[in-house]
Design a protein around this ligand. Structure first.
Ligand code: RB5
Length: 149
């Protein structure tokens, strides 16, 4: 898969480790920044990765900030994005199987690099199950269509 990755300044240190790991797993990674440790704003990076996913430049996205919260909320404001913030692999796996998440977020102040890798692997390897879960994801899209123009 083609994976778009970004962080804010807090998640910056973890970003190259995760990018290298995603490549090791056989995926192609595009880094949407930032490239320097200068203080920045997580909404910019949540948005840019979300846009890469909905516009088809990437198949899925990975976002890292301090907690994963701000950057995932930002990504979720883009129509078509289902971003999940995870601190353990089980939620990551289920979020793909049941909710067909297309963006994974986590916090560099919350988890270490090895746990982050386990989360990433679980998420990338899981597959959406469809069926009744597809009906529910369609219901989410209905809410989105109503409120996001
Ligand atoms: C930046 O200080 C911090 O707020 C950010 O990395 C993130 O944790 C926001 O949700």
């Amino acid at each position: 898969m083609r994976i778009a990755i970004a962080s804010d300044h807090v998640g910056l240190e973890l970003k190259p480790l995760i990018s290298a790991y995603v490549e090791e797993l056989g995926h192609e990674v595009s880094d949407y920044g930032p490239q320097s440790t200068e203080r920045t704003d997580y909404p910019k990076y949540g948005k840019v990765v979300a846009e890469a996913v909905v516009q088809g430049e990437a198949d899925a996205g990975i976002l890292i900030c301090g907690t994963g919260v701000g950057i995932s909320i930002s990504a979720n404001k883009v129509k078509g994005i289902r971003a999940v913030v995870c601190s353990e692999p089980y939620t990551a796996q289920l979020s793909k199987q049941h909710n067909n998440t297309n963006v994974l977020a986590f916090g560099s102040r919350v988890i270490g690099s090895e746990l982050a890798k386990m989360i990433v692997k679980s998420w990338l390897e899981a597959e959406f199950e469809g069926g009744r879960h597809g009906d529910r994801v369609a219901m989410i899209a209905d809410i989105e269509a109503h409120y996001l123009c």
